[in-house]
Design a protein around this ligand. Structure first.
Ligand code: SOE
Length: 381
């Protein structure tokens, strides 16, 4: 008999949908002791919330997250609301002894992230941040190859995260749809939203980051506020950000992100070059991992393109037969399965709040460097 785990989800936007889908599917594909029960969804707009709850099968609705946290029938609080709400909700949920799942980035900045990390650790509650790209099978295979020593000593790492949806000056900022463009809500632009993914992946694959030097640009200086026609506000986020890093192990890295790369929709890429080999990944071709092995006989030297769909590839034993690819939504289902598995005992799930705080501290260092024009040493979580 599965142990039931009652979920209270906060936020019914893009991530609320991705998480809801994970709760619905996870037990169908993974043998697990725990079964999430979709107890309550929470958002401020009652009408929109009811439609969301009906569509996804949430049993009840709350329009006040404090009320949700007070409910004794809720075991897990899942924070999928905008970034400016993460800290307050996490602190209250930890104090109430709830397990917490939080959408990335952990917070708007390191100070908020540190308070959240201290709160969950003090309360001793299981916690995870939904850096879903760790659960792309090809990225998990990259991690396996690095850990197996297939690259040898790693010299260089190159990450790009490119989108193009904010190029028009007519795109507003703020409100339920465009809060990612409002610095007060989001905390930063591409640094916290996109590069946080790249940084999390880089530190997972290669190791800790010692120092950074960065530049940012805001191409459109003023935007209308969503739902307030005629009201315009200065844009406070970074539209684009590029930075160099030194890893603690001596490797060097470059990172480049923008929402102004015409034609790039969600191009999240990395390349790692080591003494023995190289790896290359592109989320727009997510089921493939490119791998060059210098130890091959020289007459067959060349990049191989691994179709990461076999049963022995990470996460793929639970899905379809080899050759049948999985997609974006499966990364959330895989992440949730890892969280539920961790509750059965054994290893703590990663990335937890502390790991996500370290990513936040790299983001802080990047933004500080862009402001000061100096190399900045990354603080330690
Ligand atoms: C931004 O457009 C965004 O939705 C991010 O917030 C997500 O984390 C990323 O996975 C896709 O792009």
């Amino acid at each position: 008999m599965a142990k039931e785990l009652n979920i209270g989800l906060i936020g019914c936007g893009f991530m609320g949908r991705a998480h809801s889908n994970a709760y619905r599917k996870v037990n169908q594909f993974s043998p697990l002791e725990y079964r999430p029960v979709m107890k309550a969804a929470c958002a401020r707009n009652a009408e929109k919330l009811q439609a969301f709850a009906d569509n996804w099968g949430w049993e009840s609705c709350e329009t006040d997250w404090r009320r949700l946290i007070e409910r004794r029938d809720i075991d897990v609080i899942d924070i999928a609301s905008p970034n400016d709400t993460h800290r307050e909700i996490a602190l209250a949920a930890a104090q109430a002894g709830k397990m917490i799942l939080c959408e990335k980035p952990l917070a708007r900045n390191g100070d908020e992230g540190r308070a959240m990390t201290q709160a969950v650790e003090r309360a001793g509650v299981p916690n995870m941040v939904w850096f879903n790209y760790r659960r792309v099978p090809a990225i998990a295979l990259a991690k396996q190859l690095v850990d197996e020593g297939s690259l040898g000593r790693i010299f260089q790492y190159r990450a790009k995260y490119l989108q193009d949806w904010t190029i028009s000056a007519k795109v507003p900022q703020g409100g339920p749809t465009f809060w990612r463009l409002d610095v007060e809500v989001a905390g930063s632009g591409v640094t916290g939203d996109l590069l946080a993914h790249s940084i999390d992946t880089a530190m997972w694959l290669i190791g800790g980051i010692d120092s950074v030097t960065a530049m940012t640009e805001t191409f459109i200086k003023e935007r209308e506020v969503q739902d307030q026609p005629g009201t315009r506000k200065p844009v406070g986020i970074d539209d684009a950000c590029a930075f160099l890093i030194r890893f603690q192990n001596g490797a060097m890295g470059t990172f480049d992100s923008t929402r102004y790369a015409r034609g790039r929709k969600n191009q999240n890429t990395f390349e790692a070059n080591g003494e023995l080999g190289s790896l290359c990944f592109d989320l727009e071709d997510a089921h493939r991992l490119e791998y060059f092995d210098h130890r091959d006989d020289s007459h067959v030297h060349g990049w191989r393109s691994i179709l990461v769909t076999d049963f022995e590839h990470p996460y793929m034993d639970r899905w379809w037969v080899p050759g049948c690819v999985i997609g974006y939504e499966h990364t959330f289902i895989n992440a949730l399965a890892d969280f539920l598995k961790s509750l059965e005992g054994g290893e703590k799930v990663q990335p937890d709040f502390r790991a996500a705080l370290q990513t936040q501290l790299v983001c802080d260092a990047v933004l500080e460097s862009a402001r000061t024009g100096q190399w900045v040493k990354v603080a330690s979580a």
